[in-house]
Design a protein around this ligand. Structure first.
Ligand code: TXA
Ligand code: MG
Length: 351
């Protein structure tokens, strides 16, 4: 005998936005595409639904979710003490890959924000996401639709593979164009601070804000600071800096282009299955090395990064030698940040 629950079918990717909005209203979970990565959405005002998000991801309840809003939101509906700077960046970059951290308004459940009195708000630049937000008519809390600590999904198929039956419906929206998560800028303090680099550059934020912006990178996080809490933001740590974040199964090692062939030789000689990921094709690699298709310039690198990391795992690569993009800002910095976190996840000292 099977109960109704046991007979629940795995979801399939759908293009039915009306049905998806209905699922959200009923307190269910909808994975949806955004321009950055796919999100795992729940009604940000429904605490039972929010708890399901944490359970589906295997994510600690203290780790805050980003709240997604439809076009031209009134920030004061969702946040309090909203500084003028927030209106300026929202006007300049939304819809787009920017999350703005503000003081939480009381209509956002503290369950969504991991108990914090701040909330990350974002208007995604994706037609399907915006249509869903419009049909649903309320804020949608959504972390990336992957298991906690693993690689974010950039296609509906990734979501189905990662979360399977713990999500009620997966909206199909094609591969995410940007490919890495949004820039997070904290506007709750004295100095605007980027907590996670992404598609909106620090330089562009500084132009709109008319003042310098401080940047937290993974360099400041686990590598320099040792133990970092799950949600970040507990004394002295930043969100998303948990060392095991954005991590594939393969061990990621960052290597300059001219050292890859030599490192690959050594590893192959030890019987290790080696993969190589680089912006351009490299010469002199051992035959046994698995060369992933080159990722090109910084925009393409970001677009393809998570797909390639998943591919390395499918090909059972044990050590992935990665040539990072040459970048100090913008999307290249976002790629570098995610690669450093993936690499840090494998250092025993940071576990
Ligand atoms: O591009 C994105 O931002 C994607 C798409 C789906 O919108 N979302 C995403 O969410 O990356 P998530 O939950 O995987 O990562 C959000 C990060 C976490 O590291 C979390 O700690 C931080 O944002 N965050 C969210 N709200 C916060 C808050 N109130 N205070 C501090 N950190 C916060
Ligand atoms: Mg995530």
């Amino acid at each position: 005998m099977t109960s109704a629950d046991d007979r629940r079918l795995d979801p399939v990717a759908s293009d039915d936005v009306v049905a998806a909005a209905e699922v959200l209203r009923a307190g269910g979970l909808v994975a949806f595409p955004t321009e950055t990565v796919y999100g795992l959405g729940a009604d940000a005002t429904n605490e039972d639904a929010l708890r399901k998000v944490f359970a589906a991801k295997g994510r600690p309840a203290t780790h805050p979710l980003i709240v997604h809003l439809g076009t031209r939101p009134r920030l004061e509906d969702w946040a309090v003490d909203v500084p003028d700077a927030a209106h300026r960046v929202a006007e300049a970059f939304w819809p787009g890959p920017l999350t703005i951290l503000l003081r939480r308004g009381e209509r956002i459940s503290p369950v969504a924000t991991g108990g914090r009195d701040t909330v990350g708000l974002r208007v995604p630049a994706h037609d399907v996401a915006l249509e869903l937000l419009y049909r649903f008519g309320g804020p949608i809390a959504a972390p990336s639709a992957n298991r906690f600590g693993e690689v974010s999904p950039t296609t509906a198929q990734h979501v189905l593979a990662d979360l399977g039956s713990s999500v009620d419906l997966v909206l199909e929206g094609g591969p995410s164009v940007v490919g890495v998560e949004s820039t997070i800028v904290d506007l709750t303090g004295e100095v605007p601070t980027v907590l996670r680099p992404g598609g909106i550059s620090v330089a562009d934020l500084e132009v709109v804000l008319g003042r310098p912006v401080v940047v937290w990178t993974s360099d400041d996080g686990p590598a320099a600071g040792g133990e970092v809490d799950e949600g970040g933001g507990c004394e002295g740590s930043a969100p998303g800096t948990l060392s095991s974040h954005y991590s594939p199964v393969a061990r990621v090692v960052l290597v300059p282009a001219d050292e890859v062939a030599g490192r690959a030789e050594e590893l192959v000689a030890h019987g290790t299955r080696v993969g190589v990921l680089a912006p351009t094709a490299l010469d002199g690699l051992p035959v046994a090395a698995v060369e992933l298709e080159p990722v090109g310039d910084a925009d393409r690198y970001a677009h393809l990064l998570y797909q390639r990391l998943r591919q390395a795992d499918r090909l059972e690569v044990e050590v992935l030698l990665v040539v990072p993009p040459d970048a100090t800002d913008g999307i290249g910095l976002a790629v570098l940040d995610r690669l450093r976190r993936a690499a840090a996840a494998d250092e025993p000292a940071t576990d």
